[in-house]
Write a protein that binds this ligand. Structure first.
Ligand code: MTE
Ligand code: MO
Length: 479
């Protein structure tokens, strides 16, 4: 597991257990633990809790192994069974998945959506079972002088069994995932699933963004709460964090515009921080203030959503200054302006507050509208004559059910293929296969939300609550 973690970035089961334990204990408990520690040790709270989980894990595994060993012995050849099990765990990751173009242990970056861990578990189990079946049924003692040939043939049979089991288990989904990925990979000009940080759009009111010193920074939670709290960066880093891709877009984005991006953000759930402070019953709104004298607000209800976090990493790196170093709020489903960067203060109130952009005429609710965009001004022509075009679609917290394209300005619509979105908070990529000879086409795109709600074709400007209308573009179709 350690090797997988360090060299292949595979999330290990122990970590999953650690996350589960941290969640079970609850954030206030962990926070108190952190503060019970003498200064300097607080950064170690998480590693210490992880160490504890690791010790318990190892203990349980040891106990299980001790109990299982005699049973394995009776079943036949413990060493062979062990080898078969390990092979079962490792072979799919080292051979099957890479052979399918999905990277070591399925870690090809484009493939984050697809989780190969269950397949590994299944394969390991099948290896164990196969080992047992292959060795079982023989009276014990008879094989004390096992011949090398026997052992070898057993190993070979186990191996074949594992590969077959893993193959059957994974083949269908892998083939599907790979086929789709393959096509998506070939669309030249299509946005990546995750936007590299340097390519992520930046919007700020400032001529010069604040440069905040991480050591001096803190985030204050106060107002209508039982216990006001103040968190330093080390506090924030010591708390259980979540990492998840989410799409951010600016309310001023034009139809077809590029003020939209998807990053993998890491931070602490705002709901956890609020649980520490204990919002009073009359609190219903959060007022956020930033180091650049920016302020904005959103309802408590939005703050409590699973995806709302105080983020300190973007795509695995500390936030850049432009994106809000050292910490910012991300509140999925609501336009970028309420995703306050350089955040220093969160006040719970019982009245609505007009934020920086609201006093300038922009929407206060700011729910993200359904959008879709064509990314390719030139189609990718495949050898077999098909032409690929593609783009993205996003509807905030509402899910995209389908994306359609039209070659005749909306008179008729063609289906497209959707890639599975990284999660519920992220845009989805689409591609269309056009069977059209070399020429130019006027392409229009529209998204359909879950429930069959079709994106409106009535155009409106971004002010005050986001642009509406369909993206239409001239697309070159090379010969
Ligand atoms: N403190 C502060 N936060 C802010 C802003 C700002 O000017 N100051 N701009 C907002 C707007 S309008 C948008 S669209 C997003 C953009 O976030 P990004 O630059 O990380 O893409 O940040 C929001 N948060
Ligand atoms: Mo924005």
């Amino acid at each position: 597991m350690l090797v997988g973690r360090v060299f292949l970035a595979v999330v290990s089961p122990v970590e999953l257990a650690f996350e589960g334990v941290a969640r079970l204990l609850g954030v206030p408990w962990v926070f108190n633990l952190v503060h019970a520690l003498p200064g300097g040790l607080d950064r170690l709270a998480k590693p210490m809790l992880f160490g504890l989980v690791l010790v318990v894990w190892t203990g349980v595994a040891w106990w299980l192994a001790r109990r299982a060993w005699p049973w394995l012995r009776r079943a036949g050849r413990p060493l062979l069974v062990t080898v078969a099990t390990v092979l079962g765990a490792v072979v799919p990751g080292l051979i099957l998945l890479p052979a399918q173009g999905l990277g070591w242990f399925g870690t090809a970056p484009a493939n984050l959506a697809w989780d190969p861990l269950p397949l590994h578990g299944l394969a390991a189990l099948s290896g164990l079972l196969f080992g047992l079946v292959a060795t079982g049924g023989r009276p014990s003692g008879v094989h004390s002088g096992t011949s090398r040939r026997d052992a070898l043939s057993l190993l070979v049979r186990s191996f074949v069994g594992i590969v077959a089991a893993a193959g059957v288990a994974g083949r269908w989904s892998v083939a599907l995932a790979q086929q789709a990925l393959e096509l998506f990979r070939r669309v030249v000009g299509l946005s990546p699933r995750i936007t590299p940080t340097p390519d992520h759009y930046v919007v700020s009111k400032n001529l010069f963004d604040p440069s905040v010193d991480e050591g001096g920074w803190s985030l204050r939670l106060h107002g209508l709460v039982d216990t006001p709290i103040e968190l330093r960066m080390s506090d924030l880093q010591a708390l259980p964090s979540v990492t998840r891709p989410s799409t951010l877009t600016c309310v001023s984005n034009q139809v077809g515009g590029d003020l939209i991006g998807t990053s993998e953000w890491t931070g602490v759930r705002l709901a956890d921080l609020l649980a520490m402070a204990g919002p009073r019953a009359d609190a219903n709104e959060l007022l956020l203030r930033a180091a650049d004298n920016y302020s904005d607000s959103f309802p408590l209800e939005a703050a409590l959503r699973e995806g709302t976090i105080v983020a300190y990493l973007q795509n695995g790196e500390p936030l850049t200054r432009a994106h809000g170093f050292p910490a910012r709020v991300l509140v999925p489903g609501i336009y970028g302006m309420k995703n306050v960067k350089w955040v220093v203060e969160i006040e719970l109130t019982d009245e609505d507050h007009q934020g920086y952009w609201q006093t300038r005429g922009w929407s206060d609710v700011a729910t993200v509208k359904t959008m879709s965009r064509i990314d390719t001004d030139t189609a990718t022509r495949l050898d077999d004559g098909r032409a690929l075009v593609g783009g993205i679609a996003f509807a905030g917290l509402r899910r995209i059910e389908a994306v359609e394209v039209s070659l005749d300005d909306g008179a008729s619509w063609l289906p497209t293929q959707l890639e599975s979105a990284p999660n519920q908070l992220s845009w989805v990529r689409w591609l269309a296969v056009l069977e059209v000879p070399a020429s130019q086409v006027e392409l229009t795109v529209r998204a359909v939300e879950i429930g069959g709600v079709v994106q409106t074709d009535v155009r409106s400007r971004p002010l005050p609550d986001g642009a509406d209308g369909l993206h239409r573009m001239r697309v070159n179709l090379p010969g």
